[in-house]
Unconditional design. Sequence first.
Length: 227
Amino acid sequence: MLTHEAYKSPADLLAQDIAEQRQNIALRKLIRGDTKRRWIALTFDDGPHPNYTPKIVAILRQHNVRATFFVVGKMAEKYPNLVRLLQASGMEIGNHTYDHVNLTKLNEGAIAAEIERCGEVIRRITGSQPTLFRPPGGDYNPTVARVAERLGYWMVLWTDDPGDYAQPPESVLRRRLFTNISNGGVILLHDGVSETVNLLPQLIENLHKEGYEIVPVGEMIPKPPTP
Ligand SMILES: [Zn+2]
């Protein structure tokens, strides 16, 4: 019996591998929330920005919506009052590195330094340590994901990228934003684009009309099973 038990079947090994991927080896990342729930997350990257953040926050507050802002450390450092505005408005604040660099080009120590430095800026301003991290450009590899996890973060990617940073005409942006949305969607937007600000009220109203609940992306992170 013992010798037999020592050898796992390929099915067991596969099941274990899948289980590992879903747990640790598996990169601790979120692309989409639970698709059984009619919910959506709006995420704004690259701020804070003095010309845009206050406008975005005002629109979100008018519609009683909370969103997630993946801030760049050096921007947060330059505009701490905007970070405080986000915090005071109930927005979720995530880490988008200090210098907005492609982390896959860095060694492990430099990756950690980029993430830690941004986290430290956020912590100094808000008094709390962020737990969400988004790699600039979505560029990550297993090292990036593992460093982020070691530093206490969930890596957050996205399901919808309307490409607002390239400032397409509003009609194009509207079509990209309004047609592909589905349950658990995580929408990538940017804090620093006029077209996004202009379309935001309509986007929110449209999502609400279609029955979506709009949540900060952190709410989509799976909860650990209760023992
Ligand atoms: Zn970015």
